[in-house]
Design a protein around this ligand. Structure first.
Ligand code: GDP
Ligand code: MG
Length: 296
């Protein structure tokens, strides 16, 4: 009697399919102009980009205000294809009057959900729906060393309702290690006080490993980051770094900043979960509201 039927090969069958299709990862950056948004994105992904010059438009972006730009790059590592779509938003909070300055950003996020839903609901469905939903929103906090700005609280509240938000302390080389720690704790207090719910969210499905991984991430958030598009030679090794008054900051050195933690989080540990959470939590709640509205 044979008891082995061989269905355990399903994992490699799935893998083959997924590898062929590749992954789509959509990241949005939000924050005031000059906080180093473009630089950080380039620092995280540039070294992996095959063609950083030939910027192409994503297949079917939902038409939006002219200020929100997106570009897609394809990264291939060990046969795994990642289509990375970066959405750069105009610096919010730059104006004298910042009333409703977050609206185009929120609208953009919702428009992607809406276009996905429309495609899902059409009679002749595409076998594979192009996903433009934002999987992660990097929120840049100005390194004032004091506290969040009132506008930050408002925008964070709005954003966390519709997207996975990951806050970072921008240009953290302008703060000492002690100042950074104090600032980080202050920000955590404020986020708690205002009941702002950040990714990663606790889930019933989490095993001990997930739970402790998420806890360590929640501990680190907001990541204190430094970006640089410059290569500096330290001890004969080329590193991404910045030259400042005190010497060279190595962006990839964990003693200098948490850039490496953020990159690991985004690309190594949470990429798939960010995509899944977007679909299961944010998109699902958008979809439920829309379908309910249709019935009424
Ligand atoms: P964006 O407007 O938010 O996209 O900001 P940019 O990426 O264009 O950066 C604005 C300026 O800040 C540029 O001159 C960058 O070289 C500089 N910059 C970017 N990241 C950092 C950082 O981590 N530390 C410091 N000191 N300067 C930075
Ligand atoms: Mg920019």
């Amino acid at each position: 009697l044979q008891s082995y039927v061989g269905f355990d090969s399903i994992t490699s069958q799935i893998e083959k399919k997924l590898l062929k299709r590749g992954f789509q990862f959509n990241v949005m950056v939000v924050g005031q102009s000059g906080l180093g948004k473009s630089t950080l994105i380039n620092t995280i992904f540039a070294s992996h980009l095959i063609d950083s010059k030939g910027r192409t438009q994503p297949d079917e972006p939902t038409r939006q205000t002219v200020e929100i730009h997106s570009f897609t790059e394809t990264i291939i590592e060990n046969g795994v294809k990642l289509r990375l779509n970066i959405v750069d938003t105009p610096g919010y909070g730059d104006q004298v009057n910042n009333e409703n300055c977050w609206e185009p950003i929120i609208k953009y996020i919702k428009d992607q959900h809406s276009s996905y839903l429309r495609k899902e609901l059409t009679a002749v469905r595409d076998r594979f729906i192009q996903d433009t939903r934002i999987h992660c929103c990097l929120f840049f906090i100005s390194p004032t060393g004091h506290s969040l700005k009132p506008i930050d609280i408002v925008v964070l509240k709005k954003l966390t309702e519709v997207v996975n938000v990951v806050p970072v302390i921008a240009k953290s080389d302008s703060l000492t290690i002690e100042e950074r720690l104090a600032f980080k704790n202050r920000i955590k207090e404020e986020l708690g006080f205002h009941n702002i719910k950040l990714y990663p969210y606790a889930s019933d499905e989490d095993d001990e490993h997930d739970a402790s991984l998420n806890e360590s991430i929640q501990d680190l958030i907001p990541f204190a980051v430094i970006g640089s598009e410059q290569t500096i030679v330290v001890d004969g090794k080329a590193v991404r770094g910045r030259q400042n008054r005190w010497g060279v900051v190595n962006v990839e050195n964990e003693e200098h900043c948490e850039f490496i933690h953020l990159r690991n989080f985004l690309t190594r540990t949470h990429l798939q979960d960010l995509i899944e959470t977007t679909s299961l939590i944010h998109y699902e709640s958008f979809r439920a509201k829309q379908l309910l509205a249709l019935k009424e």
